[in-house]
Each structure stands twice: as C-alpha cells, then as structure tokens.
Write a protein of this length. Structure first.
Lengths: 694, 106
C-alpha cells in the first residue's frame, strides 16, 4: 500500500512506497513524472532488482497501476489521485482516428502546420509550437497531427504518432538521466540506484532507437540491419536537438554542471503557487502532499496549511487503536527496562567473573609495562582476545540490539558523535584503559572501539566539510581522505609499525649473522660493509611501509562504503521520512525541525571548535609541518624560533634523528616519507600558542 | 494486517527505536491526530530503521573482521618481503664472492 510520497529538497525526486518491500522512485521535475521501482530484498533490505524500468510501456506500468488500484480500495480518495497522476505522467495513448486521412505529401503536411504556427523539429520530436509564456502554461506544446489537420497518409500519420510517443520518451530519458546524475553525484557512480537509473535510461534509449528504426525502415523500405549507424536520422535528431537530449552528459561520471544542465533542460515555468510551495519545501524539508490537479495532467504541491486542512478531513485513528499503540509501547519499554535492570542486579556469571579478572590482569600488566608498554603488549593482546570472546558471548544474549547497533544509535536524529561518547562511557574496556594511562590505552583498545573512533571522526569530517560548503565526495581533498585513513587505521598502524620495527631488527640481525658466516668462510673476499646493510634496511623499510599503505587504502575504501550507509541525510530521507510525516501529523513538526536543527548545530559546533590534534601527517619536512600546524592554529607569520621550538618537539616525541640539531633517532629526518604519521607535541604546541595569547 | 495489529507493532517498534525520546513523546502525545495513513508511514519507517540498522551492523562487523584479516595478512606479506630482501642480499654477497674467486683464478 502507499506509505508515503515525499519530495526531496535538492533533487525533486519523489519516493512513493507502495508495498512493504517495494519502493518507487519518482522524478517529477515539478510537472512531469517518471518512475522506477526497486524491490527491497527482505533479507538484505537493499535495492536489488528493477521491476519497472520506465513508464512508457503499458506492460511495465502494470504493477504500479495494479498496486494503486489495490490501494484505491482502501483509500479511494488518495488512491484515485495517485492513479491519475501516474496515468497522466505515463501519457495517454495516441488517438485512434487516424484511418480516414487523405493522402498528401509530408512537405504539404509541414506547410499546413507551419501556417498554423507549428514547426517540424525532426524525427523523435514532431511539430512544436512556440507560445507566449504565461503562468500555468507550459512553454511548448507537442502536437500529434490529426487527419483533419494534416491530411497525411495512414503511414505518415502513424509515423507522426510514433514521433509523438518518442517525444515523450525523450523527455523521460532526460528525467532518467537527471536521476542517474543526481545519485551518481551524491552517492558515487557505483551507487546501485545510480547504476539502475543509468541502465534503465540506456535500455529506454535502445528501445527508442529500435522504434525509430522500425518506423523509418517501414517508410523507406530499408531491410538491412537495425544498427545505429544505419539510421542517420536518429543521430541527426540528437545532434540537432542538444537541448533535448545531450549525448555528452550521458557519460559517467557526472559533474555538477552536467546535473544543472540536465535540470535546466526540462525546467518549465512555474506559477506563483508552485514557486511558493517549492520554496517552502526547500526551506523547511516539510513533507508536502503531492496530488494531481483537476485536469489530471499536472502535479499539485500543497502547502502546509492546505495539507493540514486535507489531513483533517480524513478519519482519525480509532481510539482503540491509539490505546493499543500506547499500551504496546509502554509494555515493550517496561520490558526493556526490566531486562536492563535484571542484568545489572543479577549475580555475575563465571564468564563475567573471568572477564573481570582479565581486565584486572590487563591493568596490572599495563602498570608493569610502564614506560615501555611494548614489553607486555603481546600478553595484553592475548588477554584482550580472550576478553573480547567472553564479551561477545554475553552480548549474544541481548534481544535484537547487538553492541554494534548501539554504536550507530541516534544516527539520524543525534549524530554519531554523541553515540560515540555514550559508547566510550559504556565500554568496560575503555574504563580499564582510563585507569592505566594514556600510553597503554592505545594498546588496550579493541578493534571495535577503534572503529567507533574512526566512525565518529568520519562523522566529524563530514559535518566539517558540510559546514565549509563542501558536500560531494569529489570535493573532499586528498588531505581529508588521508585524515580519514589515519583515523581508521591509527591503531592498526601503530601495531604494524611495531611489527615493522621488529621485522627490520630481525632482518638486520639475520644479515649480520650471514655476513659473519661469509666472512668466516671467505675472509677478505667479503667487501660488504655496514653502509650496504643500512641501505638494505632502508629499502626494506620503504617496502614494508608501501605494503602498509596498500592495506590502509583498502581500509579507507571499505569504510567509505559503510559510511555511505550511515549518512544522516540518507537516514533522514529514506528511513525516517515516515516518522517525519507522522510527527508532522501529530502536530509536532516544528519541534522535530527545531530538535534536528539544534542537534545538527550542536554536532557541527563540536566539529569546528579548535582542538589540539593527536597526530598529523608530515608535509614535506618536520619544519614545514610544524609551521603549517602553527598557522592552522591561528599563529600569524610564526617566527623561526617558534617553528624551531615545535620542530624540536616533533623530533623528540617521535624519536626522529636530525643531524643538523645533533639529535639521534630512527628514522632520520632526511629519509622520512611524505605523509609520515607524526605525534604532535601538544605541550609545546600549547606553550607556543599561549605565548601568542591563543 | 488490521489496524489494531499495525498499532501494536508500531508501539513495540517505537519503544525499541533509536529515535530521540523527545520525538517519541511527540508521536505518542499527538497520536490522536493520526490517520491510518500516518500509522502506515510510521510503521514503515520504524521497520526500515530496524532493517537498516541490521544491515549497517552486519557491514560494520564485516569491516572489523576484514580489517583484522587484512592487517594479519599484511604482517605475513611483510615478513615474506623481509625474507626476500635478506635472501637477495645473501645472494648478492655470494655472487660477489664468486666473482672475486673467478678473478683470483684468472
């Protein structure tokens, strides 16, 4: 049944949900409607197949119309309007009165039409008449020549019918392309919806070409192969009518300009009411009710007061149903509370006791490790694995909502940051980490928490980008991506850096052992020196870091897929749309928007508040990185002394060797790779900033 | 599904929903203004929420697993690379020695 029909702010794409598992994507462009449907797999709950490719084929529209008919039985008023809107958008079949014609030539036909003010625009478009633009009227009118008007032959008239249909098809192609461009821009060219729209568009174009060819072949007597190259008129039409259908913009990936160009192509003048309704919609996100107008050939967007008035005309939910809903809610809520309480009151199970012991052991080991946590890291990791298994086992007993679900709690209405904070407080592992100090905390983080950190950071990046007016993936800079990468892989990198150090140590030891063996055997014939070994080790380090970079890239790619799923905008549009409408109906729409706005702002503010970074990636040199960091923190024209102070701090805290400053360390600053992860000497940074009064 | 069944399901889903408590309160207090269509929309959204969370959860779990696996495999690859470099180095020494010996023989 119809659940909802929404117009989304920046796309003007409607989603009409008809069945529990089927969504229909509609693009009306303020006046004309085409649609696609997607069956939502019950198991995976994601778009899987296109059920209805486009609205020109009566067979293809059948499921939708059947669905609307079905709905009409339940809600005759809305059902009828929805059905009419779809039929209107689908386009009426050409009239049948075509067989009484008198034969005249096509040139005569064109002349007659020209006298009437119509101009032949070529195959696929037909005759068009320019009109004075008035409110409530479309700019152009497509005319299917009638026998009384044109007097053309049966064949010719039939051809014109085909052309008129093709005109509709071309318009639909444009709408499909707009949709493909939109989804491609916002969710990437590999987005399933973008791909489906693009595929459906291509299928429709192929079908249109086939029809054009058949029509042309019938007229010309051509019997060859229906290949594109053999039907020059179709290509010519496209070339002559770039404003109708652009070949250039069909090339993926799309650009914002392509999308704007596409949107402009079908833009029609709007009347004042429509403009006002769209303005309101775009400003408030308010769900507006979409219905056909009285003549059934256009879309009416009701404003808030009209929508409210019509809503009031419908019968309210029976009192009994209201009570059932409230009772069911109360019962479920109580049940959840009881479960949580019983968990907190219940005596600890042997597994829980064991988990407590393990946490204590981690804390003890961390204390023993002290300044060199590496010494106990393997023991801590081993215990953590056992601890994690125990905790996972316990989590399985929870009803419905696993720990990971908790991590994404509040995505749409609150934002991930708050969830993350809650998770930090909730996590027992984290509590242990807090107790044993910052350095061991890094070791004690489980992968789950690492990811939660990463996602929170990603969320912050997203808000930060949006705050800066950047909304599209392509506008995210390499630096943003690098930052995301660093966050996601931070702990893994730290662990792997230890592996790299250990591997290098072992490799060097093995080389020296072999060298010694060769020297014993071959004496002075061995000319290899320490420098050669150092060079081999340097090469190995570079190779190992390159392998690490490859893994980081993989992680970024994977997490971006997940991030797309937790895009708050997506949730707001596609998941919580019905809730939004329900809140509106409940009379709390202002509260909803206020709440959502406040929370978005709150999250945004957190993002843009200056904070001292934990790590940065080296840009060219330590010196330059230090200088840029100071500038980023508001230090205008940092002095050499200030940069030197911070650079020294960087070298010191990261154990970097700098020959000029007589600082020993590994690696040497001269062989450090671009993007090397540097811990920020926060104390020194604070000192420099304080001295500047920042 | 009858309207009563839908109401019951909606109530249960709303209780476990991740929606802000304030939103839930608005819905519960304003339910008197609901039509059956509103109920349908609400139920659909709440079902979608549950399903989407399930999907996201499985993707996050999968990411965790794949990330662990990937970094474990990285360590193996790095060790292998180290072995290769050590072997290459040894081979180079042996080759140098052989060249020296050949020169001596000449």
């Amino acid at each position: 049944m119809i659940n909802t029909l929404f117009l989304f702010k920046d796309t003007r794409i409607y989603t009409l949900v008809l069945f529990d598992n089927t969504q229909y994507y509609l693009n009306i462009n303020r006046s004309k409607l085409c649609y696609m449907s997607k069956e939502i797999s019950a198991e995976e709950n994601k778009p899987s197949t296109i059920k209805v490719p486009v609205d020109v084929d009566p067979e293809a529209t059948k499921p939708l119309i059947e669905a609307l008919n079905e709905f009409q039985k339940k809600d005759p008023a809305i059902g009828k309007q929805a059905l009419e809107s779809v039929i209107a958008a689908h386009g009426e079949a050409p009239t049948e009165a075509t067989s009484k014609s008198t034969k005249i030539s096509f040139e005569e036909d064109k002349q007659i039409m020209a006298d009437r003010g119509y101009k032949y625009k070529g195959p696929g478009i037909g005759f068009m008449k320019e009109q004075i633009k008035k409110p409530n009227e479309v700019a152009t009118e497509i005319v299917v020549p009638q026998e009384v008007q044109s007097g053309s032959s049966v064949e010719s008239t039939k051809s014109q019918e085909t052309l008129a249909q093709l005109s509709v098809t071309q318009h639909n192609l444009l709408l499909m392309e707009q949709s493909a461009a939109f989804y491609s821009l916002h969710y990437g060219k590999d987005d399933p919806i973008a791909r489906d729209f693009a595929t459906a568009r291509q299928e429709l174009e192929d079908k249109m070409r086939e029809e054009l060819f058949q029509d042309w072949a019938k007229q010309s007597g051509y019997t060859g192969s229906p290949k594109k190259a053999e039907y020059p008129e179709a290509d010519k039409t496209n070339a002559d009518n770039e404003e109708k259908l652009s070949e250039a913009v069909s090339q993926a990936p799309y650009t914002e300009e392509d999308l704007q160009k596409l949107l402009e192509q079908s833009k029609k003048p709007e009347n004042v009411d429509e403009q006002e309704a769209v303005r309101q919609l775009e400003e408030t996100f308010q769900p507006l009710i979409i219905q056909t107008n009285e003549s059934g050939d256009n879309i009416v967007i009701l404003n808030a007061s009209e929508a409210t008035a019509r809503h009031k005309e419908k019968p309210s939910l029976p009192k009994e149903a209201q009570d059932i809903l409230r009772d069911a809610h109360k019962q479920e809520e109580d049940s959840l509370k009881e479960e949580q309480d019983s968990e907190s009151r219940a005596p600890k199970t042997p597994e829980q006791n064991r988990a407590d012991e393990l946490r204590k052991e981690i804390a003890r080991l961390a204390e023993i490790g002290g300044a060199s946590p590496e010494a106990v890291s393997s023991d801590i990791v081993r215990i953590q694995i056992e601890l994690e298994k125990l905790e996972k086992g316990r989590r399985k007993k929870h009803r419905g909502w696993g720990s990971i679900k908790e991590r994404v709690k509040g995505l749409a209405t609150v934002g991930f940051w708050e969830v993350h904070q809650a998770e930090r407080l909730r996590s027992s592992t984290k509590e242990v980490a807090k107790d044993v100090g910052a350095r061991t905390e890094e070791i004690q983080k489980t992968t789950t928490l690492n990811l939660a950190d990463a996602l929170a950071e990603a969320e912050k990046i997203q808000f930060a980008l949006e705050a800066a007016g950047k909304k599209k993936d392509k506008e995210k800079t390499a630096e943003d991506i690098e930052r995301l990468s660093t966050i996601i892989t931070k702990d893994k990198m730290e662990q792997n850096n230890r592996v790299i150090d250990e591997t290098l140590k072992q490799a060097e030891s093995e080389l020296l052992r072999r060298l010694e063996k060769y020297r014993n055997e071959f004496g002075e014939r061995i000319v290899t020196n320490d420098e050669a070994i150092a060079q081999a080790m340097n090469n190995l380090r570079v190779e190992l870091q390159q392998l690490q970079d490859g893994q980081r890239e993989t992680d970024v790619h994977e997490i971006q897929t997940v991030l797309r799923n937790i895009d708050p905008k997506y949730w707001r549009r596609y998941v919580y749309g019905g809730v939004e409408a329900a809140v509106w109906a409940a009379g709390g729409y202002l509260a909803w928007t206020k709440l959502a706005t406040e929370k978005a702002i709150a999250t945004g503010v957190k993002v843009i508040q200056p904070t001292l970074p934990g790590d940065i990636n080296m840009h060219n040199t330590i010196w330059q990185s230090a200088k840029e960091l100071l500038v980023n923190h508001g230090v205008v024209n940092p002095t050499d002394q200030e940069v030197l102070q911070l650079s020294n701090g960087f070298a010191d805290i990261n154990g970097i060797g700098v020959k000029e400053w007589s600082m020993f360390g590994n690696p040497m600053d001269t062989i450090m790779k671009q993007g090397y992860l540097l811990k920020v000497p926060k104390v020194i940074l604070k000192t420099v900033l304080s001295a500047r009064g920042l | 599904m009858t309207i009563e069944e839908k109401a019951k399901k909606c109530g249960e889903l709303l209780a476990i929903s991740l929606l802000d408590e304030e939103i839930k309160k608005i819905i519960l207090e304003g339910i008197g203004n609901f039509t059956e269509g509103d109920l349908d929309r609400l139920m659909f959204s709440l079902e979608q929420e549950d399903e989407h969370l399930g999907l996201t959860a499985s993707q996050l779990t999968n990411f965790d697993k794949e990330q662990d696996k990937g970094w474990d495999q990285l360590v193996v690859a790095q060790k292998k690379k180290a072995d290769e470099i050590v072997s290459d180095f040894s081979r180079q020494i042996e080759k140098n020695v052989q060249d020296k010996i050949r020169e001596e023989i000449k």
